[in-house]
Design a binder for this molecule. Structure first.
Ligand SMILES: *Cc1c(COP(=O)(O)O)cnc(C)c1O
Length: 355
């Protein structure tokens, strides 16, 4: 069998949920499990986050799967409904859609849900992606209050720079000021906001990335935040090559040896979810010790530097990211973030579950 494997720790995910809760004050916690729980598997997320107050997903299919698995907590649809035909399922499965554009209100007006549903009413406070303009709040809130089949309204917004020095105040202050008169519960915090800004807690927090043990910030590690990595991507060296000075390795021969050296070929490529744009120098562990990738990542393989690893041979263990090599460090070296790496774990990689 090809030696690549992902190990996913249910215990680490449960631990990270407790960290999220400890930063959420009196707010209830929606575990964000979109994108197959950031690559960790929806069913695993349901078990690991059984203590969450709710789950947030993107699609009706994910929501239906959670209900099939026995989830009884509220389920939030992060982008709401994509057509009037989805209203019936929201009522049937008791799902809470985000309402962020007028078309969705039109659909609900014409086809009120058969059973009352709770909704999240999203306002744009500067992200300029989804949400009603804050300036139109009076009319929008009044309109949603007038719809039949609505059991409760929670106001919502999303931060664009909670992970940066700029922070959240420029969005949070107008949101709270403008909407205060409605006296409704509200939700604003993603991981970056809830870890740094307790004032963003509101009624519901919405942590995602931190639950999987990665840091939302470029300048603070997951370990410093008390988080435990949930996914570890492991493989082995399947071939060892010796390069002479001037010889190159891999497609495009992007890396060339300056002197004679040994190169390990690892069973892991971009079809497994490893980023192809990771250049020479991306960190990797060989037999638990730091090394680096060399040249271009191929579909099924990548090459690593064995200059400082005389003991390494075919069969030696390789950690691409995980307990001993933060996914954030790999992401930073590859010019992306941990979200993209975790979500990209390919279906062909076998997963072993760990406690
Ligand atoms: C994905 C998402 C989150 C979670 O964000 P993280 O940065 O992963 O914590 C929260 N809120 C909304 C609206 C989202 O789409």
């Amino acid at each position: 069998m090809r030696p690549i494997q992902a190990r996913i720790s249910i215990g680490a995910m449960a631990h990270n949920l407790r960290v999220a809760r400890s930063h959420s004050g009196a707010a209830r916690v929606f575990a964000v499990v979109k994108a197959n729980a950031y690559g960790h598997g929806l069913s695993r997320a349901r078990r690991a986050f059984a203590a969450a107050d709710g789950f947030a997903v993107l699609t009706l299919e994910e929501a239906a799967n959670l209900r099939l698995m026995g989830v009884e907590q509220p389920i939030m649809l992060l982008e709401g409904i994509f057509g009037a035909d989805e209203i019936a399922t929201c009522a049937e499965l008791d799902l809470s859609p985000v309402l962020h554009h007028a078309g969705q209100l039109d659909w609900l007006e014409r086809q009120p849900p058969a059973r009352p549903i709770r909704v999240f009413l999203k306002f744009d406070t500067g992200m300029h992606r989804l949400g009603f303009p804050l300036a139109e709040h009076a009319g929008i809130v009044a309109r949603v209050r007038g719809l039949s089949g609505i059991a409760g309204i929670t106001l919502m917004t999303h931060f664009a720079q909670a992970d940066e020095a700029t922070g959240v105040a420029w969005q949070l202050q107008p949101f709270l000021r403008e909407l205060a008169s409605h006296g409704l519960p509200w939700s604003s915090a993603n991981s970056a906001a809830l870890l740094r800004y307790p004032e963003t807690q509101g009624a519901w927090t919405r942590p995602g990335i931190m639950l999987y043990g990665a840091s939302p910030y470029a300048d603070v590690s997951a370990a410093e935040l008390g988080l435990r990595p949930a996914m570890s991507l492991q493989s082995e060296i399947i071939s060892v090559q010796t390069l002479q000075a001037g010889e190159g390795v891999g497609y495009g021969q992007l890396y060339r040896a300056e002197r004679a050296m040994r190169v390990g070929v690892v069973a892991c490529g971009y079809a497994d979810g490893y980023p192809r744009h990771a250049l020479t120098g991306t960190p990797v562990l060989v037999n638990g010790r730091r090394s680096q990738t060399l040249g271009r990542v191929s579909m099924d393989m990548l090459c690593v530097d064995l200059s400082e690893h005389p003991d390494a041979e075919a069969g030696s263990s390789v950690e691409l990211w995980g307990d001993n090599l933060p996914v954030d460090a790999v992401a930073a070296a590859a010019g992306t973030n941990s979200y993209e790496l975790l979500c990209a774990l390919a279906a062909r990689v076998p997963v072993e579950e760990a406690e």
